[in-house]
Design a protein around this ligand. Structure first.
Ligand code: IMP
Length: 425
């Protein structure tokens, strides 16, 4: 399949990074189409762990090109730290990492605004990476974009014209929260800070900036295999998620089109990644959430290492919610699901799965038998305990009517801990 979109079907952290890494083995390029360094993709190869926040998960293959499109918000220092970190592991992205000239840059005041808002009553539990404020400034047609780094005076002009509005918002929040109104840079200080950062950091990004969206069009016409990598998950989509407890980008398959400038008809397949249970970080509704001190809640968090890759926050854990999965399959048009972290369920006596909600919005559960065996070494469906096979089948039965099937099952973080359920590709 030349153009494959990979999206999360829950609230992020479904294991997309690993699945993209597996798909990247056969791809020409991996393309990140939204989000920023609020995401964290943990990749494990031969037991060695690499955490990426911005650089696409294809980076670990020398021959795979990596694109950050206009839908991604870029924090320059994080990006450069990641490039250096990979270089220290012997992985060079020079000449194969490309950044869209249209991509908005996360500026210091975006982080300050995010933190200031999260310090007040409107907090929603963001990652405080400045993501929302950066997308806001972009939607207001005032963003400093990566292309501005080719002409820093243009960026300075934008700061002189637009920063005052952000400063006023920062001061107003400081007054509201009783914090120091004078702690924020004035317009001239913001310009000075930009020039300093330009010399120290931003200038290093210049070589990577180009017209990514046009290059991608050429590659599509050329028949190249592209994997479009989503960050976060369907229910964090700014439009279709659990608003206002969402991120500020379009995390769904349609976001791949707007985020990468690709036409819907050019997408060949949408793969949804679904964790075998549910997690969520930050505030907002989560119908199947378990008490964090309950035995099962603790089991999922500890065995599943459910702590944020970006912020280290413990994730909220709960049973699998098929209402969400069905909705995600519809919204994204998923034909295939990769079911991840099935191994984490080993050792639970029984498994609850939400199949519907009652009139009060409370989940209606069905109970399935659990299994005790470790399954991290399983590489063929017939080697799964029958209860695990039944669990997988139960999920598939609930999405088949939407022309979607479970394609692969992942039973551990390593690249090779994944297998197909049937022969088809
Ligand atoms: P923001 O994206 O930092 O603005 O945060 C908005 C919401 O999205 C918060 O609930 C975050 O916890 C959540 N969020 C952002 N990125 C991720 C992610 O990669 N995984 C899970 N949740 C995320």
């Amino acid at each position: 399949m030349p153009i494959t979109v990979v999206v999360g079907t829950q609230w992020g952290d479904e294991g997309k990074g690993k699945c993209v890494d597996v798909l990247a083995a056969k791809a020409d390029a991996v393309v990140r189409f939204q989000g920023g360094n609020n995401a964290g993709h943990t990749l494990v190869v031969g037991g060695t762990k690499t955490v990426l926040h911005l650089i696409p998960s294809g980076a670990l293959y020398d021959e795979v090109d990596c694109y950050l499109t206009r839908g991604v918000v870029i924090h320059p220092r994080t990006l450069l730290d990641e490039i250096r970190g990979l270089a220290e592991c012997g992985i060079s992205v020079s000449k194969r990492l490309f950044i869209s000239q249209r991509a908005p840059l996360i500026m210091p005041w975006h982080l300050e605004l995010d933190a200031a808002r999260e310090g007040g009553e409107g907090a929603i539990g963001t990652t405080k990476r400045g993501i929302g404020p950066c997308y806001e400034q972009f939607a207001a047609r005032q963003a400093i974009v990566a292309g501005d780094l080719l002409d820093p005076d243009r960026a300075v002009e934008k700061i002189e014209r637009f920063y005052a509005e952000r400063l006023a918002a920062l001061k107003s929040l400081a007054r509201e929260h009783g914090t120091d109104v004078d702690e924020y840079a004035s317009v001239s200080q913001a310009v000075e800070r930009f020039r300093r950062n330009y010399d120290d950091v931003y200038t290093e990004m210049v070589d990577y900036v180009c017209d990514v969206e046009s290059i991608l069009q050429r590659r599509i016409r050329n028949g190249d295999d592209l994997v479009l990598e989503g960050a976060q998950g369907t229910f964090l989509d700014v439009g279709m998620g659990t608003y206002p407890f969402v991120t500020s980008s379009h995390t769904t398959a349609a976001g791949a089109c707007t985020g990468a400038g690709i036409a819907p008809r050019d997408l060949d397949s949408v793969v949804g990644i679904c964790k075998a249970y549910t997690t969520r970080v930050g505030d907002g509704p989560m119908p199947t959430e378990l008490d964090e001190d309950s035995a099962v809640g603790k089991h999922l968090r500890e065995v599943g290492h459910e702590f944020g890759a970006t912020t280290g926050r413990p994730r909220r854990c709960g049973w699998l919610d098929l209402n969400l999965l069905r909705r995600a399959v519809e919204i994204n048009g998923c034909e295939k699901i990769v079911l991840t972290k099935l191994d984490v369920l080993s050792g639970l006596d029984e498994l609850l799965v939400a199949t519907d909600y009652d009139d009060d919005g409370q989940p209606i559960y069905e109970t399935l038998p659990g299994w005790s065996q470790r399954i991290t070494g399983v590489r063929h469906p017939s080697d799964l305990p029958s209860e695990a096979r039944d669990y997988v089948q139960f999920i598939e039965d609930h999405i088949e009517a939407l022309s979607c099937r479970i394609h692969q099952v992942s039973v551990g973080p390593d690249r090779d801990q994944i297998f197909s359920l049937r022969q088809e590709t």
